[in-house]
Ligand binder design. Structure first.
Ligand code: TQI
Ligand code: ZN
Ligand code: ZN
Length: 169
């Protein structure tokens, strides 16, 4: 079953369009940006929410960046595997990914030659769930289940993920 954060925080009723922006220092390719757009789309398909990219990093509701090691928020990244990314409950909007991972942005992560390969879209769908207010799920098929096998792709929302997000929105 899905879970919510204590107090069940969510984005306010009047905020159906959320903006997101990429940390300017990362200079991400359109391919990478497209992976995040696809991950947001999985949640907008099942809620009244929409997501729009904006250039203004500090004005955006959701701020996405790749960082390594200590990056100033008291939750340092740890290099390959371990913590892959972190995101916080509404309405914090911080969405950080560990730049040290072997991110797979296109193609088949399950066929990657690297045993450390991590599928970017799978992690993005999971972290966006947190950003919108979902905690972890006890349902193994759910995107919000707290573990993923290495070199796995899990991007399709399970019924449990949908029930959780539709409880909130
Ligand atoms: N990062 C943890 C996570 O996103 C951080 C975390 C732990 C967390 N407990 C939390 C965030 C409670 C919000 C609320 O779960 S992670 C997975 C998964 C991670 C793990 O790097 O360990 C995914 C990131 F589920 F596969 F294990 C993405 Cl998909
Ligand atoms: Zn961080
Ligand atoms: Zn999580």
């Amino acid at each position: 079953h899905f879970s919510l954060f204590p107090g069940q925080p969510r984005w306010p009723e009047g905020m159906q369009e959320l903006t997101y922006a990429f940390f300017p220092g990362n200079e991400l390719s359109d391919t990478v940006k497209g992976v995040f757009a696809a991950a947001f789309a999985r949640w907008s398909e099942v809620t009244p929410l929409t997501f729009r990219e904006t250039a203004a990093y500090f004005g955006a509701d959701i701020r996405i960046g790749f960082f390594s090691g200590d990056h100033g928020d008291g939750e340092p990244f740890d290099g390959i595997l371990g913590t892959l990314a972190h995101a916080f409950s509404p309405t914090n909007g911080r969405f950080h990914l560990d730049a040290a991972e072997d991110w797979v942005v296109s193609g088949d992560v399950e066929k990657s030659a690297l045993s450390t390969a991590v599928d970017l879209e799978s992690v993005a769908v999971h972290e966006i769930g947190h950003l919108l207010g979902l905690g972890h799920s006890s349902v193994e098929e759910a995107v919000m289940f707290p573990t993923i096998s290495s070199r796995r792709k899990k991007v399709v929302l399970a019924e449990d993920d949908i029930q959780g997000i539709q409880f909130l929105y």
